[in-house]
Design a protein around this ligand. Structure first.
Ligand code: HMG
Ligand code: MG
Length: 284
C-alpha cells in the first residue's frame, strides 16, 4: 500500500548538528541504518556545509560511505553552495537541499549573506544538481517568526516559497525554526502560501519549542500537506537559531497521521530501535 503521507526524517542532520559534544560517526551510521529498516523512505543523512560553521557535520562523507543503503530509501543532504554539492555528489547522495530564510536576520546568521544573495548562490547549485540528476529540495526557515527580526510577514514567506519553486526546487519545506507557530498563525500563513504554490509542493518542518508542533502537523494535513519533516526521538535544533529546540518527534507525527485515518507505512517497532540509538547518542 502506498503511504498517504511521507515522513521525511531529519534527525541525523537537524537533530545532531547542534549537539554540544561530537557524536561519533559510527553512532550516526547506526542511527541511519536503523531508520532505513523502519520503512521511512526519505532520510536527511547529513549536511555538506562548512565544517568551521557546523563542526558536528564535518564527517558527512564518512557517514555517507558507512551507511547500508536500503532499496527505495532516498538519502539526502544539505548543500548550501557548489562546494557542498560537489561533496554530496562524490558521497553518492540521492538528493540535495538548499536552504533559505524568510527573514534577513537569520539569513545573515545562518548563511552569512542576504536572502537575495543566498538565491544567487543556490542557482548554480540547482543547475549542477539538475545536470547530475539529483532532485533539489528547498527549505525556507523562520516562516512564522525570527529571533532576530520578529514576526515574519506571511506575504514575504509566500514570496520566497514561490521563488524556491521557480528556482527549481521540487518541494519547499516550511520551517517554523523556533517553534513559534500556533494553529492560528500557521493557518494565516498557509492561506497566503497556498495561493502561490500547491500543497503537494510543500512540506511542514516544525520545531517543537512550545509543544505545539503536533497541532501544526494536524492543521497542515487538513490544509492538504502530505509531507512532514520530523526527528527520531525529537532530536534537533539549529546552531544559528537561538532557542531552536528539537524537531517534532517522528513518533508523534505518525500518531497525528493515524488519528486522521491516514496511512504512513512505518514499522513502529523498528522505529523504537532507532529511538533507542538516538537516545543513546545524545545522553550525557
Ligand atoms: P562563508 O564563511 O561566508 O563562506 O560561509 P566561504 O565561502 O568564505 O567559506 C568559509 C570556509 O568554509 C572556507 O574555508 C570554505 O572553503 C569552507 P577556509 O578557506 O576558510 O578554510 N566551505 C566549505 N567547506 C566544506 N563544505 C562546504 C563549504 N562551503 C564553504 N559546503 C557558508 C558560507 C554557506 C559556507 C556557511 O555559512 C555555512 O556553511 N552555513 C551553514 C549553516 C548551517 O549548516 N546551518 C544549519 C542548517 S540550516 C537549518 O538547520 C534550518 C533547517 O533545519 C530548516 C528550519 O529549521 O527552519 C534546514
Ligand atoms: Mg530545522
Amino acid at each position: 500500500m502506498t503511504p498517504d503521507v511521507t515522513l521525511f526524517e531529519v534527525g541525523p542532520r537537524d537533530g545532531l548538528q547542534s549537539r554540544g559534544g561530537m557524536v561519533p560517526t559510527e553512532g550516526k551510521i547506526a542511527l541511519i541504518d536503523a531508520l532505513s529498516r523502519s520503512g521511512i523512505r526519505r532520510i536527511e543523512a547529513t549536511s555538506f556545509v562548512s565544517p568551521r560553521w557546523v563542526p558536528q557535520m564535518a564527517d558527512a562523507a564518512e557517514v555517507m560511505a558507512g551507511i547500508t543503503r536500503s532499496p527505495g530509501v532516498r538519502y539526502a543532504a544539505l548543500t548550501p553552495n557548489l562546494t557542498g554539492l560537489e561533496r554530496a555528489r562524490a558521497a553518492g547522495c540521492d538528493e540535495v537541499a538548499v536552504f533559505a530564510s524568510a527573514s534577513e536576520g537569520f539569513s545573515r546568521a545562518n548563511l552569512n549573506c542576504s536572502i537575495e544573495e543566498s538565491f544567487a548562490r543556490f542557482a548554480p547549485v540547482i543547475e549542477a544538481a539538475g545536470h547530475a540528476g539529483l532532485p533539489v529540495r528547498g527549505y525556507l526557515s523562520m516562516v512564522i517568526a525570527c529571533p532576530f527580526d520578529g514576526p515574519t510577514d506571511p506575504a514575504r514567506a509566500a514570496y520566497w516559497t514561490r521563488r524556491l519553486i521557480e528556482a527549481g526546487c521540487y518541494e519547499v519545506s516550511l520551517g517554523d525554526t523556533i517553534g513559534a507557530g500556533t494553529p492560528e498563525t500557521l493557518d494565516t500563513l498557509l492561506n497566503v502560501v497556498l495561493e502561490e504554490v500547491a500543497p503537494g509542493q510543500l512540506a511542514g518542518h516544525f520545531h517543537d519549542t512550545s509543544g505545539r508542533a503536533a497541532e501544526l502537523v494536524a492543521l497542515s494535513l487538513e490544509r492538504g500537506l502530505r509531507t512532514f519533516d520530523a526527528s527520531v526521538a525529537g532530536l534537533g535544533g539549529c546552531p544559528y537559531a537561538p532557542g531552536a529546540p528539537g524537531n517534532v518527534d517522528t513518533r508523534r507525527v505518525l500518531e497525528v497521521i493515524e488519528a486522521q485515518g491516514l496511512f504512513h507505512g512505518i514499522d513502529l517497532e523498528a522505529l523504537a530501535e532507532a529511538e533507542a540509538i538516538a537516545q543513546g547518542l545524545t545522553r550525557g
